[in-house]
Each structure stands twice: as structure tokens, then as C-alpha cells.
Design a protein around this ligand. Structure first.
Ligand code: PEP
Ligand code: CO
Length: 459
């Protein structure tokens, strides 16, 4: 079913069951905040969203990879140029390694500039023995462990918009203003390799990149003035969870007359809100942005096809990215039937792997964590699953931070269970720290290279 121009409107989701929405105590305040959002300038343009769809179509066709990464939940409290820059730096470093290893472009998509709302498995959580409404993100309320702090405040929708605008402004400046220069990004990677316990393993790739840069220079390519070597596109994305916010930022494109959700370039629908007859799918069916859809272990082929049909009735390459999050032990078994069903239904999707969300557990001391080895194991299982179905392993979806936190276990510079308390700072899920993210990129590079060689060999 195509979202019908007769029945779809930015508000038509209101007639459908909307899961995971906060209980806003102040209806009038919510209405006023949504009206305010409708008057504010869009954060992104429709044309940019179309360019991202084109880039993702390249991934769907096996001509590029996707790196989607960023915070689990952005914070109103941790909002600075340094934290934005450090996240961007890691994305650029990871992408450089992946581009070289895969010998293909990498589409860089941040979970950033709008990732402020969280779906929760339970409506309450217990902090220090006190039961509280579960934390739903700074777009809803404060994270402090008190009942008063957890009351939803619709003014925060507007605050999230302004923080997103400032974040995006800085991202645009950094990515076009010289910070993303490839030679510089490479020298950051060399620094990492030189100080990593796994340095030897990574040195081979780093040295090859070094030689490739020298080769380009020897061929007469001016590494300093070549625009493509120091400007990049980094796109924005977040979970489209709070539909009042997304509706408030939806605009009709003056060129095509189509609707776009101008809160981000790409929006994704979470694993808890992906029902084909739910409000989230109704809303996103009607906007033309590229969309993500999380696919967890409870998804059946029939359910998934119903949702794909609603979100991608025209079978548009790049429109839909299916982000599998099955768990390290399950992906090889659970994913192939879904890949097959989607292929047989003719949806030209990107398949990506979120190795984070189904590999969470609590330590005996109460920390919510993930093991680096489980994350890597889900990624390699994903490559195996894609290969078994002759599907392109299109990319990864990660939660990381540029800071030196101790939230996930393992990595080359091993974080142990006793270390978790040292710098455990996340608002929600445990994130890879900067070094763990780079470890991951170098290990992923080995898998990508093999996938690429297979694709070339098999034509
Ligand atoms: C997330 O990406 O932060 C998230 C909550 O994911 P999922 O919907 O896959 O659980
Ligand atoms: Co998360």
C-alpha cells in the first residue's frame, strides 16, 4: 500500500496506536511546543535527504558500505564542541580504514543531532532501590534519579531542536572546513596503531594506506588542494520515536511537493515500534526520507514483509535500510530467512548489522554492559548470513563515544569488569569507547576485504 495522498498527512499517525510515547502531563504545553516546531526552520533540506537515498542505493547495490554510528542517547548536559568533534573524528577514522579495506565508498551517517529519545522495555526502572519512571531521553525529561526529574516536559522538544541545530551546524563546518582532511585522519590512525597492543595486526592496513597516499601524490594528485580528500559528507540520523516532534518538523518540499521529515536526513523505526499497523509506520510511510528499520529476533518474515510493503511500496533502492540486531548467537540462523523473504518480495534494501542491542547483559554488580567479542561475533555472523544468501553485507550500526569511557568489556586495551565503575557515563546503553571503536574498524576491515574479494570473484 502506498501512503495515500488522500489519507496521509503529517498528523494521520494520530489515528493509530502509538507505542513508547511519554505520558505528557501537560497537553496544552505539548500542543504549543509542536506548533512552535512547525514554525522553526527545517534542520535539513529535502534535496539532501534525496542525495542520501542515492548514496544508500549504492550500498544496496553492493557498490558502497554504510557506517552508521553515534551515541545511544545524546545529552543536554554533555553538549560541547569537543564532544561533537571527538565523535566526528572517530567516524572519520573508522571510515578511512573501511574505505581502504573495502576499496569502496563509505556512507557516513551519525546517530547525532537529534538522538534524544529512547524506547524502553519496561515503563519503570529501579535506581538505588527506588522505583522511577524509566529514563526516555533528554527530549522528554531529565535523567536525575528522582520522580520530579522524570516528569515529561514538552519544552524539551524545542530544546532538542536547538541543540540539534547547533550540532549540525558544527558538523557541517568541520566536514567542509578542513578537519576531515584524509592525510590528517590517516595520521590519527597511525597514532592509534602505534599505541595499540594490537598494533602489529593493524599496521599492515595502516602501512598500505600510507603507500596509497604516497602513490597518489607521486601520480600528481595534490593531496592538499584536492577537495575530495579534505571534504566529506556526514549525514544525520536518529530514531523517529516521538511522533509529535517528527510531525512538527515535517515540511512539504517546494520542488517536488513531497513530504520530508526535516529533523534529520535519515530516520529509523525501532524494534519496539515497527508494527505495520502502528503509528510509527503510518507516519514514516508518508515522508520521502531514506528510512531505517530495526529488525530484532522476534521479527517473522511475514511481519517484516508487511512493514516493508508499507514503507517501500515502490521498491526504491536506498529507501529502506534493514538493521538486523539479532544477538551474537542467533544472527546466522535468524537472518537468512528474512533476507530471502525480502529479496523475493523485491525490496532493494540495504542490510546492515547492529551488533549492539541484542548483546546487552548486567554484571553481578549491576552494570549494563556488552562484550567487545560478542559485538565482533555478531558482525562476523552477519557477514556469514549475508554470504549464505548472496546478499551484500551493507554496513554496521554502532553506539560509541569519542571519550575514554569504560562501559563495554574487552577490546585490545581490555576493559575488565572491575574497570566498569571507573568511567561509566552513559545515559542509557553501554557505548564503545574511542579505542574500542577503532579496534572494531580494523577488525571489520578484515571482514570487508574478504566480502569484497568474494563479490569480485563471484561477479
Ligand atoms: C537504539 O538503537 O538505541 C535502540 C533502542 O535500538 P532497538 O530499537 O534496536 O532496540
Ligand atoms: Co541503545
Amino acid at each position: 500500500m502506498v501512503a495515500s495522498p488522500d489519507t496521509w498527512s503529517p498528523a494521520s499517525w494520530r489515528a493509530y496506536p502509538a507505542l513508547q510515547q511519554p505520558d505528557w502531563p501537560d497537553e496544552a504545553g505539548l500542543g504549543a511546543a509542536t506548533e512552535r516546531l512547525k514554525e522553526l526552520p527545517p534542520l535539513v533540506f529535502a534535496g539532501e535527504a534525496r542525495d542520501l537515498t542515492t548514496a544508500l542505493a549504492g550500498v544496496a547495490e553492493g557498490r558502497a558500505f554504510l557506517l552508521q554510528a553515534g551515541d545511544c542517547a545524546e545529552s543536554f548536559a554533555d553538549f560541547s564542541a569537543v564532544s561533537i568533534r571527538e565523535k566526528l573524528k572517530i567516524i572519520l577514522q573508522m571510515a578511512a580504514v573501511m574505505t581502504y579495506a573495502g576499496a569502496l565508498p563509505v556512507v557516513k551517517l551519525g546517530r547525532i543531532a537529534g538522538q534524544f529519545a529512547k524506547p524502553r522495555s519496561a515503563p519503570t526502572e529501579t535506581v538505588d532501590g527506588v522505583e522511577l519512571p524509566a529514563f526516555r531521553g533528554h527530549m522528554v525529561h531529565d535523567d536525575a534519579p528522582s520522580a520530579a526529574a522524570r516528569v515529561p516536559d514538552p519544552e524539551r522538544l524545542v530544546q532538542a531542536y536547538h541543540q540539534s541545530a547547533a550540532t549540525l551546524n558544527l558538523l557541517r563546518a568541520f566536514t567542509k572546513g578542513g578537519f576531515a582532511d584524509l592525510t590528517r585522519v590517516h595520521s590519527w590512525n597511525q597514532e592509534f596503531v602505534a599505541t595499540s597492543p594490537e598494533g602489529r595486526r593493524y599496521e599492515a592496513i595502516a602501512t598500505e594506506i600510507e603507500r596509497a597516499l604516497r602513490f597518489m601524490a607521486a601520480c600528481g594528485i595534490d593531496l592538499v588542494s584536492e577537495r575530495r580528500l579534505h571534504e566529506v559528507d556526514v549525514w544525520t540520523s536518529h530514531e523517529g520515536l516521538l511522533l509529535d516532534y517528527e510531525e512538527g518538523l515535517t515540511r512539504r518540499d517546494s520542488l517536488t511537493g513531497e513530504w520530508y521529515d526535516c529533523s534529520a536526513h535519515m530516520l529509523w523505526v525501532g524494534d519496539r515500534t515497527r508494527q505495520a499497523d502502528g503509528a510509527h509506520v503510518e507516519f514514516f510511510a508518508g515522508v520521502r526520507n531514506p528510512l531505517g528499520l530495526k529488525v530484532g529476533p522476534t521479527a517473522t518474515p511475514d511481519e517484516l514483509l508487511d512493514t516493508c510493503e508499507r514503507l517501500d511500496p515502490l521498491r526504491t533502492p536506498g529507501r529502506l535500510t534493514l538493521i538486523a540486531r539479532m544477538g551474537a548467537g542467533r544472527v546466522e540462523e535468524e537472518l537468512p530467512p528474512l533476507i530471502r523473504a525480502v529479496r523475493e518480495a523485491g525490496h532493494p534494501v540495504v542490510w546492515a548489522c547492529d551488533p549492539m542491542h541484542a548483546n546487552v547483559f548486567r554484571t553481578p554488580s549491576g552494570y549494563k554492559t556488552r562484550r567487545f567479542e560478542d559485538i565482533m561475533s555478531e558482525i562476523s555472523g552477519f557477514f556469514v548470513a549475508c554470504r549464505s544468501e548472496r546478499a551484500w553485507p551493507g554496513g554496521v550500526h554502532l553506539e560509541f563515544t569519542g571519550e575514554d569511557v569504560t562501559e563495554c568489556l574487552g577490546g585490545a586495551e581490555e576493559v575488565l569488569e572491575d574497570d566498569l565503575s571507573t568511567r561509566y557515563r552513559t545515559l542509557c546503553d553501554p557505548r564503545l569507547n574511542a579505542r574500542q571503536s577503532l579496534d572494531l574498524a580494523f577488525r571489520l576491515a578484515e571482514l570487508m576485504r574478504a566480502a569484497r574479494d568474494t563479490a569480485v570473484r563471484d561477479g
